[in-house]
Design a protein around this ligand. Structure first.
Ligand code: NI
Length: 274
């Protein structure tokens, strides 16, 4: 059987208890469909530590470390020192998952912004790209990113990278996508692009730059059609690639090649198995 085209799941949460029973098989199944790398995201100090441990355990797993806006209620500056220490590990490829969330509103916006700024500054200092969560927070998030790119990125080691961050599971409009590109960001798309009733998202996805896009699952969440509602896992990134091949009217192998090249460059992953 021919080897499937390589794919990268740029965003998942492999540390969660959803994978406790069968994590080895989940990682192995992903490899079988061509997923050569997956980037498991931290959402707080404990899960960032777990992400690094998973990246040390599985050759195809890499880690992002950070504090998610919905897990920032007990944020204390000392936590940043732990995140920074974890980020020094060679298999940590990004600061994430960080951002703003005005849907769940677990903490006030001002508090979320403070935690976000601290981590954006850390990322600039360390020269690591950021993985951004944006739920119903387009405007305040873009304001933060604009200011960061203007004031903190210049002169930092991040200027050596082609892109400074990714808007994960992108939900904005095309004007926002364009501004994100102009600021040096790329976009991530997950399972919702496969949903038949996500008409607007699918219409917009058709116009996104295929060379500034990464595939993701956000597993165990956002399972693609026809698995909607079930536990998601990294092998299903394949369905996101297939949906984009249909939307863009290009071969699946092209979607795999473009998005994998982008993810390799974005995360600076050069020691992949194949
Ligand atoms: Ni996530």
């Amino acid at each position: 059987m021919a080897t499937p085209p390589p794919l990268i799941d740029s965003h998942c949460h492999l540390d969660l208890p959803h994978f406790q029973e069968d994590r080895d098989q989940v990682v192995a199944r992903a490899r079988e469909v061509g997923v050569i790398a997956m980037v498991t995201q931290g959402v707080d100090v404990a899960s960032s530590q777990a992400a690094v441990t998973l990246a040390q355990t599985y050759p195809s797993v890499y880690a992002a470390v950070g504090i998610h806006p919905n897990d920032s209620a007990d944020f204390h500056p000392a936590m940043l020192q732990t995140i920074e220490a974890l980020a020094a590990h060679p298999r940590v490829v990004a600061i994430g998952e960080i951002g703003l969330d005005l849907y769940w509103k677990t903490t006030p916006l001002e508090h979320q912004i403070r935690v976000l700024r601290e981590q954006l500054d850390l990322a600039a200092r360390l020269g690591l790209p950021v993985v951004l969560h944006d739920r119903e927070a387009h405007e305040p998030l873009m304001a933060e990113l604009r200011a960061w790119v203007r004031e903190r990125v210049p002169g930092s080691p991040l200027t050596r990278r082609p892109w400074v961050g990714v808007l994960h599971s992108f939900s904005g409009d095309l004007a926002m996508a364009q501004e994100a590109y102009d600021l040096g960001f790329i976009l991530g798309l997950a399972g919702p692009v496969t949903f038949k009733n996500a008409r607007e998202l699918r219409a917009r996805a058709r116009h996104l730059d295929p060379h500034r896009l990464m595939l993701e699952t956000d597993a165990p969440y956002l399972s693609p059609h026809p698995y909607r509602g079930q536990r998601n896992e990294p092998m299903r990134v394949k369905w996101v690639a297939e949906a984009l091949a249909t939307l863009w009217d290009v071969p699946y192998a092209d979607v795999a090649a473009w998005t994998t090249a982008t993810a390799r460059t974005f995360f600076g992953i050069n020691d992949l198995l194949s």
